[in-house]
Write a protein that binds this ligand. Structure first.
Ligand SMILES: NC(=O)c1ccc[n+]([C@@H]2O[C@H](COP(=O)([O-])OP(=O)(O)OC[C@H]3O[C@@H](n4cnc5c(N)ncnc54)[C@H](O)[C@@H]3O)[C@@H](O)[C@H]2O)c1
Ligand SMILES: [Zn+2]
Ligand SMILES: [Zn+2]
Length: 385
């Protein structure tokens, strides 16, 4: 079959690889009908998350069950399914506590309690390197889905692929950012990053009853998209008076909540790059720090953007002085799926309005290239195998 395979930094291309097959009794093989490229995939593409051997990419995918192992009871051949990005056994302590990204069984080689940089990681993820289980991903014609009684969610006919595809990751992720900030209605929220995750967080903020939503990004075309699809206010991240403007828009205090939907690969100056090399840091924590600066005293910060290294001079003093509530981490797709699927089914939210590129799987290299370089006004690429 054909699959988008990571070879080395900056080199993801479509190869012929072996077809996946049932390896364990509770596996299914899914024929992929739609799959998307995520900002998290760029961390592998750019070498921030290392991968030493070729591996099929992709953790946002859906399709039709082609073959089911003998102990699969929750789905059957022919079912149309959406598959959450994290791989969970459904049985362990963490699965029992609805903390599926921390599953103890899906990443046997590299799992551990410590959360180190290169070991002691969380549960398995599709197409996300040997650090997270070494599973081949869904940017392919077919994909093996383990623990098929836990992950795949059956989608009824009548909803197009593009209406539900982002339930695999980015909508639950944007939702988590707002949910973690415990919005009750009437709040102001600033969201740094207006890529796919930021755009989903904007939608989630309105769904939680926010009164004001401000999007910040250095790319004007992404801010235009935010205004068009989500009717938010916008500020360019290059604005010299960014923090003052955010405060001016929020009663002088700052917003009740701030979301980091950027992560470690935020735009950086040469000096910031140099500092990272000297300190043995990866990328920069600057957007997370902007969240702490921008948010009001006693407010909440949710960090959705990925960070993979420690940082010196972390502004813990500010967090203490302002009494901030902070949440980090992978989103809980399994936990929130039913609720979020209902919102989509009842047309309370549209997720497909952020798609800018629909490409055949064979054009995956090009898709990665324009998404990474932000060319051709690219915001979200959907690949069709
Ligand atoms: N927590 C999770 O479960 C989860 C799930 C999916 C994605 N993510 C992470 O979320 C982040 C965003 O993902 P995405 O798909 O939207 O990727 P993306 O790379 O398209 O989006 C990042 C956006 O941040 C903008 N940006 C760069 N520097 C900035 C700055 N200083 N201020 C404001 N904006 C800035 C970029 O222009 C871009 O629009 C990534 O780190 C990704 O790995 C996390
Ligand atoms: Zn993702
Ligand atoms: Zn588990």
């Amino acid at each position: 079959m054909k699959a988008a395979v990571f070879h080395k930094i900056g080199d993801i291309r479509v190869d012929n690889v072996d077809d996946p097959r049932i390896e364990k009794p509770d596996d299914v093989v899914v024929r992929v009908t739609s799959t998307a490229i995520c900002g998290s995939d760029l961390h592998i593409y750019d070498g921030f998350v290392p991968q030493m051997r070729p591996m099929t990419m992709g953790h946002e995918f859906m399709g039709v069950v082609e073959e089911a192992g003998p102990s699969v009871t929750k789905v059957k051949k022919g079912d149309r399914v959406v598959v959450p990005f994290s791989i969970a056994c459904g049985q362990c302590f963490f699965c029992a506590h609805n903390l599926q990204p921390h599953c103890e069984n899906s990443n046997p080689e590299k799992y551990g309690p410590e959360g180190d940089m290169m070991d002691n990681k969380g549960g398995g993820l599709f197409g996300y390197t040997d650090l997270y289980g070494g599973y081949n991903g869904g940017q392919a014609e077919y994909v093996r889905v383990p623990y098929a009684n836990v992950g795949p969610k059956v989608i009824p006919d009548g909803l197009a692929d593009e209406e539900v595809l982002f339930l695999t990751d980015i909508f639950p992720t944007g939702w988590a950012g707002i949910d973690w900030c415990k919005l009750k209605g009437g709040e102001s929220v600033v969201i740094f990053g207006s890529g796919p995750v930021g755009l989903m967080a904007q939608k989630a903020a309105w769904l939680h009853g926010a009164e004001k939503v401000i999007a910040v990004d250095p790319e004007d075309y992404r801010l235009e998209m935010a205004k068009k699809v989500n009717k938010v206010e916008t500020l360019n991240a290059h604005d010299e008076h960014l923090m003052d403007k955010i405060r001016d828009m929020t009663g002088g205090r700052g917003p009740d909540a701030a979301v980091d939907a950027v992560g470690t690969e935020a735009e950086r100056s040469f000096l910031e790059k140099l500092k990272a090399v000297v300190n043995l840091e990866k990328g920069t924590p600057k957007v997370m720090e902007w969240c702490f600066e921008a948010v009001r005293r006693g407010g909440s910060v949710a960090v959705l953007g990925v960070y993979g290294s420690p940082y010196d001079n972390f502004p813990i003093h500010r967090i203490f002085d302002k009494g901030l509530n902070i949440s980090f981490g992978q989103s809980y797709v399994h936990k929130d799926f039913a609720k979020l699927f209902d919102l989509v089914k009842q047309k309370k939210v549209a997720l497909n309005d952020i798609i800018t590129h629909r490409l055949p799987l064979s054009a995956a290299s090009h898709g990665y290239d324009i998404f990474k370089k932000k060319e051709d006004n690219c915001v979200k690429v959907v690949l069709k195998p």
